[in-house]
Design a protein around this ligand. Structure first.
Ligand SMILES: Cc1cc2nc3c(=O)[nH]c(=O)nc-3n(C[C@H](O)[C@H](O)[C@H](O)COP(=O)(O)OP(=O)(O)OC[C@H]3O[C@@H](n4cnc5c(N)ncnc54)[C@H](O)[C@@H]3O)c2cc1C
Length: 304
């Protein structure tokens, strides 16, 4: 959809599970366009075994799909683990990726913040208990999308009605002014997400640390995949959510695993390196311990 520069850009509504709350509180104002993407609500399989997921596919569809669970267990497990059954039944993959920040200052209509055109980030000097542990810029809200974390681990690419082959990193890369949650242009709609064909013998897992067992965004979450052969890690991808303004690849841990023998010592060293580059805020140091612990647990499960 093209929006003339003189208009206030409308905000799309897919299932509305995120947008409706922001409309109700007045955080989102202005025109809304109900998005209907006929034909973009399923999963298409290529001859090479690669999946392309329509932006209108629901999270529940992705979680329940048998082929997804076999070919992309990290994606299916992430979908099964987020929000509640009711939300998963309605929420779309496109809406999950483009959902706005969960920061309580952003969600409060009476408080200005960078993401609402304000001059600074009130969480930085205020209560930032659930904020980032990798402080990458002015806004300290972690990116809210669990599916983005999984899709980053799978090196998925996104197609919109204007562009093809956008990496998850590019789509959700951190804007240096901290104002945006994604790099979609005004009026640009996500149409589909393409996953590369699974590697032979690949294993994957997803795990989250959460302050209550249900209906909450995680404090920290990890999606990891690996190919293990001849007693060694041959290929590893690890992505983390809840810790930075964008989903983050743990490349230092990946490098510490690839080519190394599968052992407790290798895994322990990679888990320790997971916090490489971290810059916690005064209240978020606890997330580093969670991050290391999740990496260790997940890799141990994958290697078992
Ligand atoms: C209690 C609770 C717990 C939750 N826990 C988690 C969690 O752990 N992890 C997690 O990831 N999420 C969680 N969520 C959020 C939930 O996953 C999102 O609200 C949902 O995925 C949004 O999808 P939707 O289709 O309803 O999007 P909408 O609410 O319709 O839209 C959300 C945003 O995306 C934009 N948008 C929607 N579709 C497109 C598109 N195709 N192209 C471009 N822009 C688009 C809209 O304009 C809007 O700004 C939770 C929600 C609740 C209520």
């Amino acid at each position: 959809m093209n929006v003339s520069a003189s208009m206030t850009a409308p905000e799309f509504r897919a299932a509305g599970t995120d947008l409706s709350e922001r409309r109700r509180t007045g955080v989102s104002k202005g025109p809304v366009v109900d998005l209907v993407l006929p034909g973009d609500d399923g999963i298409i399989w290529g001859d090479d075994g690669a999946a392309t997921i329509g932006a209108f596919a629901t999270i529940a569809t992705i979680a329940a799909d048998k082929k997804m669970n076999d070919a992309y267990p990290g994606v299916a497990a992430t979908a099964a683990g987020l929000a509640t059954p009711q939300i998963r039944h309605l929420a779309t993959l496109g809406g999950n990726l483009a959902q706005r920040s969960r920061c309580w200052y952003f969600r409060n209509p009476h408080i200005a913040c960078l993401k609402k055109g304000g001059n600074d980030c009130p969480a930085r000097t205020g209560n930032h208990l659930y904020s980032v542990a990798f402080d990458l810029g002015p806004c300290v809200a972690p990116h809210p999308s669990s599916m983005a974390c999984a899709l980053l681990a799978y090196e998925a690419t996104v197609t919109t009605d204007r562009r093809k082959g956008i990496s998850v990193e590019e789509l959700l890369g951190y804007s240096s002014d901290g104002r945006a949650d994604h790099a979609l242009q005004s009026g640009e709609a996500i149409r589909s997400i393409a996953l590369p064909a699974p590697l032979a013998g690949e294993r994957a897992r997803y795990k989250r640390a959460i302050s209550r067992s249900y209906a909450e965004w995680p404090l920290v979450e990890i999606c990891a995949r690996a190919v293990i052969a001849d007693g060694a890690f041959k290929f590893v991808r690890i992505a983390a959510g809840g810790i930075a303004p964008r989903p983050l690849r743990l490349t230092t841990s990946e490098a510490a695993l690839e080519g190394r023998p599968v052992s407790e010592a290798t895994i322990a060293s990679a888990a320790k390196l997971a916090i490489d580059g971290a810059k916690p805020l005064p209240m978020t140091g606890y997330k580093l311990e969670l991050l290391s612990g999740l990496v260790r647990d997940l890799l141990t499960q994958i290697a078992a």
